[in-house]
Design a protein around this ligand. Structure first.
Ligand SMILES: Nc1c(NC[C@H](O)[C@H](O)[C@H](O)CO)[nH]c(=O)[nH]c1=O
Ligand SMILES: CC(=O)[C@@H](O)COP(=O)(O)O
Length: 245
């Protein structure tokens, strides 16, 4: 089989095929036929190769999202593709036990708007995780690079600052074909993104305290509450001013 990146079917490439063929052969104790891998490791020595640990896959334990409120921010740019990912995210959240009323969905114009929207909805501390969805496709100028780099950086900053997990569900594609493959069907990671949100919400809850009926998070000696001055927090036993939804 030739080694090139030509598409074979359903958007997968010959590379995918080569890796799958190699994994199969090595699990059977045979030699790798991949020219790029010859002369390396167990395939050369004839020893049985360990299970392949590479690939675009992540596994999740079973989780219960019943107590969580998850935000989903989605763009209207490339609406059809984003909506396909949004549907997978929402369906998977529900299948993980997140209640319909606890899936709070917002639309924004484009990917550039995602960080500020994520800041608006994370500052209230009323969401346990946020999934941000967008599709960037490179055009003729370097517009795409500016958006991709800054949005990725900002979303990371916002999640670290706010402690609200933000899932990076933004595709940064060089072609429309790449975008379509990754937004729909086999190439989509949208279900993983939903599970990542539930897993990170679970971790946050176990480490940071559980929400109580006031919506405040119990940490350490008292309740952390939002105040009226833009989300700065104070420690108090009084309920905080209601912000957001
Ligand atoms: N080119 C893409 C954009 N561009 C629009 C920006 O995100 C933004 O809405 C505008 O600059 C106004 O601030 N957005 C995408 O989501 N995907 C693109 O490919
Ligand atoms: C400002 C724009 O959205 C546009 O001019 C960028 O062009 P391109 O997507 O071809 O780089």
């Amino acid at each position: 089989m030739a080694v090139d990146k030509e598409k074979v079917s359903g958007g997968e490439t010959r590379w995918t095929r080569l890796w799958e063929d190699r994994a199969l052969r090595e699990r059977r104790g045979g030699q790798s036929a991949c020219p790029l891998l010859c002369g390396r490791g167990p395939a050369r020595s004839g020893a049985r190769a360990p299970p392949l640990r590479m690939g675009k896959e992540v596994t999740f334990a079973e989780m219960d999202g019943k107590k969580f409120r998850i935000g989903v921010l989605a763009t209207r740019w490339n609406a059809e593709l984003v909506e396909a990912m949004q549907k997978d995210v929402v369906d998977t959240l529900k299948a993980s036990g997140v209640e319909n009323d606890n899936i709070i969905q917002f639309k924004v114009p484009g990917t550039w708007e995602l960080p500020l929207a994520a800041r608006f909805v994370s500052i209230t501390q009323k969401l346990d995780a946020i999934v941000c969805l967008g599709v960037l496709v490179k055009g003729e100028t370097n517009h795409y690079e500016y958006i991709a780099e800054n949005v990725a950086k900002s979303l990371m900053e916002i999640q670290v600052q706010s402690t609200v997990p933000i899932v990076f569900g933004v595709l940064t594609c060089l072609t429309e074909e790449q975008a379509e493959f990754r937004a729909t069907g086999k190439g989509s990671h949208a279900k993983d993104w939903a599970l990542t949100a539930v897993e990170m919400a679970t971790l946050r809850s176990s480490q940071m305290g559980k929400p109580d009926q006031t919506g405040a998070k119990k940490i350490g000696f008292g309740n952390l509450l939002e105040n009226a001055e833009g989300g700065a927090k104070k420690v108090s036993s009084e309920p905080g001013k209601k912000i957001g939804f």
